[in-house]
Design a binder for this molecule. Structure first.
Ligand SMILES: C[S@@+](CC[C@H](N)C(=O)[O-])C[C@H]1O[C@@H](n2cnc3c(N)ncnc32)[C@H](O)[C@@H]1O
Length: 297
């Protein structure tokens, strides 16, 4: 990079330039190790709890979302999703994530970590409506822009901002289907993920289904073990992920929350990811005893 360009980046307050500057500096080994040490020290002193961790996530995703230049049907920059077009074409999402979604579009769904609305557009034909939850207000704004003219007006989503541990103001017992892709694998704090899964359980109607994709397998670069509560992670979105060593880890959590009918599939790793494999897993929120025992009409 030319010196003049470096000076321009240093002076610029454009979100995309801030990221490019960081990437440029990280390309220089000595500076990279100094910056990494500073980041780790900062995280060590400022992140003591899951709340602190999700605050770091929020500011990171706000910066990435601000660097994306979004238009209807187009995400330029792709700092949040990464390889968004390839994800749209990855067949396993249709085969496994959407395996139990009935044909037609009778179900209403909620996506956790919806980002700029890629899945909401991709799966619009399969649902009556897909709502979205995200930690970044700018992502939600980008989703509104991205979806303009891309899906039927009647299917425009309700978008809910969260602090990172639950579904925010999304209604309870309201959804037939809750799903999430390339999101939970980036959360390296067990308590945060468990809280999110519990919140998704609450948002599902009795009989509703959860369906999730995450990275799978060990060893896996830049990850911590499943049960770790690594609140001092200095980065997110692949900066520090979680590694699932066995399907029993996620299956056990779903059972503890109250889900039944756990199933999973270990599959090849999807676009732009470093985990050895991907896992798709699903579970059902049981019908409550009150409903099961309801008198016949
Ligand atoms: C890699 S993007 C994937 C976006 C979308 N799911 C897709 O597949 O196109 C990860 C998304 O998860 C969101 N996210 C990450 N951690 C979150 C958390 N703790 N709570 C809510 N959203 C989160 C990010 O803001 C980002 O939009």
């Amino acid at each position: 990079m030319k010196f003049a360009e470096l000076i321009r980046l240093v002076r610029s307050s454009e979100p995309r330039d801030r990221i490019l500057l960081r990437q440029t500096l990280h390309g220089l080994p000595i500076i990279r190790s100094v910056l990494a040490r500073i980041q780790r020290l900062k995280a060590r002193f400022t992140q003591r709890s899951p709340d602190d961790y999700v605050r770091m996530q929020k500011s990171t995703y706000e910066a990435f979302a601000a660097a994306d230049h979004v238009e209807p049907g187009l995400i330029d920059g792709d700092f949040v999703v990464g390889s968004w077009r390839q994800h749209d074409e990855w067949e396993d999402f249709g085969t496994y994530l959407m395996k139990y979604v009935p044909p037609g579009n009778s179900w209403t769904a909620i996506e956790y970590g919806c980002g700029p609305g890629r899945n909401i557009r991709r799966w619009t034909d399969s649902f009556a409506r897909i709502d979205g939850v995200d930690i970044s207000a700018t992502n939600l704004q980008n989703a509104r822009t991205f979806l303009e003219g891309q899906i039927l007006r009647a299917k425009m989503p309700n978008l809910f901002l969260t602090d990172g541990m639950d579904c925010g103001e999304a209604p309870k017992a309201a959804y037939d289907f809750a799903f999430s892709t390339i999101c939970l694998q980036h959360i390296c704090v067990y308590d945060v993920r468990f809280s999110i899964l519990r919140s998704l359980f609450e948002c599902l109607r009795p009989g509703g289904r959860l369906s999730i994709q995450m990275g799978f397998g060990v060893p896996s670069p830049q990850t911590v073990p499943y049960r770790a509560n690594f609140v001092q992670a200095a980065a997110t979105n692949r900066g520090c992920d979680v590694a699932i060593a066995s399907p029993d880890e996620v299956g056990g959590d779903l059972a503890a929350i109250g889900f039944t009918d756990f199933e999973c599939w270990i599959r090849p790793t999807g676009p732009g990811d470093y985990h050895p494999n991907w896992i798709f897993f699903t579970g059902v929120k049981p019908l409550t005893p009150a409903v099961i025992n309801a008198p016949q009409a």
